[in-house]
Design a protein around this ligand. Structure first.
Ligand code: MG
Length: 487
């Protein structure tokens, strides 16, 4: 009787009549087992190999400004694809409501109150600031450099513009970009006030470009900024593809004044703001294409986010926080809840993540992936690997919303209590709230319906969490107040 499988086809091994059947079966099984072991050890090796890390940080991009977050007119196919292939967070937070403190928190995993990178009046480092991120802070770049990573930064730093504060002093081997915001050095003969911002005239702006610690261009053409940041980033990836690398790309836009290159200018249905965001989306696409082309996609964690919400004070040159209340500068959700997308093919499954995460979580999460020992100090971020890789939840007690050096609000689970309220850039003064305003962010995303009267026990729990946070906190002297002579 012929040996056939259940479809009546003779197995291929039956043709090898010169070898005994038992030996063939034995050999096949051994080869199969060896193959399985090889696959397992390759996977283990891949999992143990520190991944490359790319952080792409937009400036003043609102929660509602991307197609994948529901914007109807701004076309962002590359970020939409990144979200579809990776994890899109619906509750991703910056640790601050404006640029400098937000960036300090991203780099250190700590609330800016712990290192003096915040101030109630000045809010960000000005172009005549003497201070910067304190040298004894450990940045993510320093941590990864210690693990053998090549470290590069392209774009807006805003953690101190004097040579002793620039990225090369904080763990970055490579730096090309602007030391602070693109509006911080207007030309002396430019019109005053908002007219200057809406003029779309590059000659009105003088924020320099720096390479390493040297100014290489005093009056760069901001229309070419996004393209040039992209070119430098692609070059960095290509040059360091053979070792683990950390690349931090901090776009200067869509912070005002808005500029886009010729290829994007006047093209978006959403006007100049749309042009600018669509060019950033193009830039993300170029970086992703480079990672794929260089066969780095499965070895690279890419995170996209924004430093704070949209700058609503700039009308049609500001973005949108979608259904969230207020924008940049405020501790309402629109000021601090931002887009957050994580991408790592083969490791992060395509999904929408509805548990909260913050930019401060990146520090401990990446440290663990890189096998780096955490510095001995209080970290406010938590390891979100269980969220990214689908193995569980994270242990986070509360999230605190600071405006400058003052705690304005706190979130515990879905509940958020506002102890002080104030618009981001309006003329209103801080308004203390006692009892605090209380909102359920699941049921009331726009923070419209105060539930304090019905939920005194929730308020008590939030007050306890704030008290514990304050009891353990040692605020550092501010870095934002002292100035040098006018540049
Ligand atoms: Mg900003």
């Amino acid at each position: 009787m012929k040996v056939t499988d259940r479809w009546g086809v003779r197995p291929r091994t039956q043709t090898l009549t010169f070898l005994p059947r038992t030996l063939i079966t034995d050999l096949s099984m051994r080869l199969f087992l060896q193959f399985i072991l090889l696959v397992i050890s390759c996977n283990q090796l891949l999992a143990a190999t520190p991944p490359n890390v790319v952080i792409i940080y937009a400036d003043d991009l609102g929660w509602g400004d991307l197609g994948c977050y529901g914007h109807p007119n701004i076309r962002t196919p590359n970020l939409d694809r990144m979200a579809a292939e990776g994890m899109r967070f619906t509750e991703f937070y910056s640790a601050a409501e404006v640029c400098t403190p937000s960036r300090a928190a991203l780099m250190t995993g700590r609330y800016p109150i712990r290192n003096g990178m915040c101030h109630d009046q000045f809010r960000v480092l000005r172009n005549n600031a003497k201070g910067g991120l304190p040298k004894d802070e450990v940045t993510l770049a320093e941590l990864l450099k210690g693990r053998g990573y090549a470290t590069g930064m392209v774009g807006k730093w805003h953690l101190g513009h004097l040579p002793e504060h620039l990225p090369p002093q904080h763990g970055f081997d490579f730096y090309f970009g602007m030391p602070f915001s693109n509006d911080m050095m207007p030309a002396p003969d430019a019109p005053k006030g908002r007219e200057r911002f809406f003029a779309e005239n590059n000659a009105y702006w003088r924020t320099p470009l720096i390479r390493g610690t040297n100014v290489v261009e005093a009056h760069p053409d901001q229309r070419q900024l996004t393209r040039r940041y992209t070119d430098e980033s692609v070059k960095f990836i290509r040059e360091h593809k053979r070792r683990p690398f950390f690349l931090y790309v901090a776009h200067s836009f869509p912070h005002v004044p808005l500029f886009a290159s010729e290829k994007f200018y006047g093209k978006s249905p959403a006007g100049l703001y749309g042009d600018v965001v669509e060019e950033i989306d193009w830039s993300v696409g170029e970086l992703m294409a480079t990672l794929r082309r260089e066969r780095l996609a499965e070895k690279t964690l890419v995170i996209f986010s924004s430093d704070n919400g949209p700058w609503l004070a700039y009308n049609h040159h500001g973005g949108s926080a979608g259904p969230l209340r207020e924008g940049k500068g405020s501790t309402w959700e629109g000021g601090m809840r931002v887009p957050g997308i994580a991408w790592w093919p083969g490791r992060i499954k395509p999904s929408v993540q509805r548990q909260m995460a913050t930019t401060m979580d990146i520090f401990p999460t990446v440290a663990k992936l890189a096998g780096a020992k955490l510095p001995e100090r209080t970290l406010d971020g938590v390891d979100i690997a269980p969220l990214l890789f689908g193995s569980g939840t994270v242990d986070r007690e509360a999230f605190f919303y600071y405006r400058g050096a003052t705690l304005y609000a706190a979130r515990l689970g879905p509940w958020k209590a506002h102890f002080i309220t104030r618009s981001g850039y309006g003329p209103d003064k801080p308004a203390p709230q006692d009892p605090p305003l209380l909102f359920h962010l699941g049921e009331d995303l726009g923070e419209n319906w105060n539930r304090a009267a019905q939920q005194p026990e929730v308020i008590a729990k939030i007050k306890d969490a704030v008290a514990r946070h304050r009891a353990a906190l040692q605020p550092a002297p501010t870095q934002l107040a002292e100035t040098i002579a006018q540049p």
